[in-house]
Design a protein around this ligand. Structure first.
Ligand SMILES: *Cc1c(COP(=O)(O)O)cnc(C)c1O
Length: 404
């Protein structure tokens, strides 16, 4: 695609106006929105309102003026992005903590089955938290296998299949319906990590028959650094699972101040402590941008941006490790190169922010709301120049190789 073809594509793009909803610094082509989404233009005012009016003026009265409802209200805004009903999603804690709550709850529910089956090379926190969760439930264990061993590893011991929908390095996507059905046939539950798919590709948890899910607020949802995360539990399971972090905000009557714990009905039981309202306000501002977005348009544009960068990478001789079929990938593209780290540093120096994933992956997030074809073509040109000229061999870019 030539730069003028790219500009024509951008002019005809039905999503082009969303770019104005974000602050993208001058001179930067941001290809890392899958790791930290950029600042929505409405967020500073939302945070100022929370601090000055809601906290400053309204003080504790704000709990009855929208704060106490925030985890459910914001959860409902996520629900429509993931094919869930609004009372199946709640916002709380971090993705890691939500994984822990659901894993322990599911293991206790599924006993005597005791195995969490997952994939080696899954996002690190998923496996680390699973290790911690099995340590809390006697008779349980974590079994992580290569992707091509998953199907044959599902057995009568499997309590739960825990998969990350879109892989953070390769962008490979699991077929959620097929794997949910496979797990169900084997009597196992499913838990999906949507961190790299929510806001990137259409998701239909209900349609796929998924049991549980978690996901991240600060990537494609643009909720800000360390934004609160979310969790989903299918209605058919909600009253059968209980959070091991049985805090007062998940109590059936938190202001009854009883000594004994009784879980709230529905999703509220997954709250442990008081909702973090500063983070919640920023996440809600990010989510409000999504209100009228057509997710099919996002998927179509994501696929086209990917194909554009894939073609440029191919011409530069880079080895693309992400699937060619749009239905089998997320919204980021990864290339393998032995000097990936140095190339990434050289790109950042030229205003192209992507990232490096150990040991040899160059990863670029393609976020259709604020990235255009001209951005991707320009980033591709710079990438080709760096690779062809060997500029990345400059010792200034090689620091990591010097220490490892
Ligand atoms: C980003 C990401 C997380 C993040 O977890 P935190 O608790 O927010 O640090 C978890 N899982 C996956 C798959 C991710 O991509």
């Amino acid at each position: 695609m030539t730069p003028s073809e790219a500009r024509a594509r951008d002019a005809a793009d039905p999503l082009r106006t969303y770019r104005d909803a974000f602050h993208i610094p001058d001179g930067v082509i941001y290809l890392d929105g899958n790791s930290l989404g950029p600042l929505p233009r409405t967020t500073p005012a939302a945070l100022a309102d929370l601090a000055e009016r809601q906290w400053g003026d309204r003080l504790i009265r704000s709990w009855n003026e929208g704060w106490i409802e925030a985890p459910r209200r914001v959860g409902a805004k996520i629900a429509r992005l993931i094919g869930a009903s609004k009372d199946e999603v709640i916002v709380a804690d971090s993705t890691s903590v939500n994984l822990f709550k659901l894993l322990v709850a599911a293991l206790r529910h599924a006993s005597p089955r005791g195995t969490i089956l997952s994939e080696t090379g899954n996002f690190p926190t998923d496996l680390h938290i699973a290790e911690g969760a099995v340590g809390c439930v006697p008779g349980s264990r974590l079994h992580a296998v290569a992707r091509n061993q998953l199907a044959t590893s599902l057995d009568g011991e499997t309590a739960l299949l825990m998969l990350t929908h879109v892989h953070y390095k390769t962008s490979q996507r699991f077929d959620m319906s097929a794997w949910s059905a496979k797990a169900r046939e084997n009597g196992a539950l499913t838990l999906w990590d949507l961190s790299h798919s929510v806001g990137a590709i259409p998701i239909d948890l209900n349609g796929a028959g998924a049991d549980m899910a978690v996901g991240c607020g600060y990537k494609y949802l643009n909720g800000g650094p360390g934004a609160p995360a979310f969790l989903y539990v299918s209605k058919r399971l909600q009253e059968m699972l209980a959070s091991p972090l049985s805090g007062w905000m998940g109590h059936a009557a938190p202001f009854g101040f009883a000594d004994a714990y009784a879980p709230a009905p529905g999703m509220t039981r997954w709250l442990a402590g008081t909702p973090p309202m500063l983070g919640m306000a920023a996440l809600e501002a990010g989510l409000d941008i999504w209100r009228d977005v057509d997710q099919q348009q996002v998927a179509v544009k994501s696929a086209a941006l990917f194909d554009t960068l894939a073609a440029i990478g191919r011409n530069a001789g880079l080895d693309c490790v992400s699937p060619a079929d749009p239905a089998r990938r997320g919204s980021h593209i990864s290339f393998r190169h032995p000097d990936a780290y140095a190339i990434c540093q050289a790109l950042i120096d030229r205003g192209v922010i992507g990232d490096f994933r150990d040991p040899d992956i160059l990863r670029f997030g393609l976020t259709p709301l604020y990235l255009g074809f001209a951005d991707v073509v320009r980033a591709g040109e710079i990438l080709c120049e760096i690779v062809a000229s060997g500029a990345y061999r400059d010792p200034a870019y090689q620091a990591r190789n010097a220490v490892t």
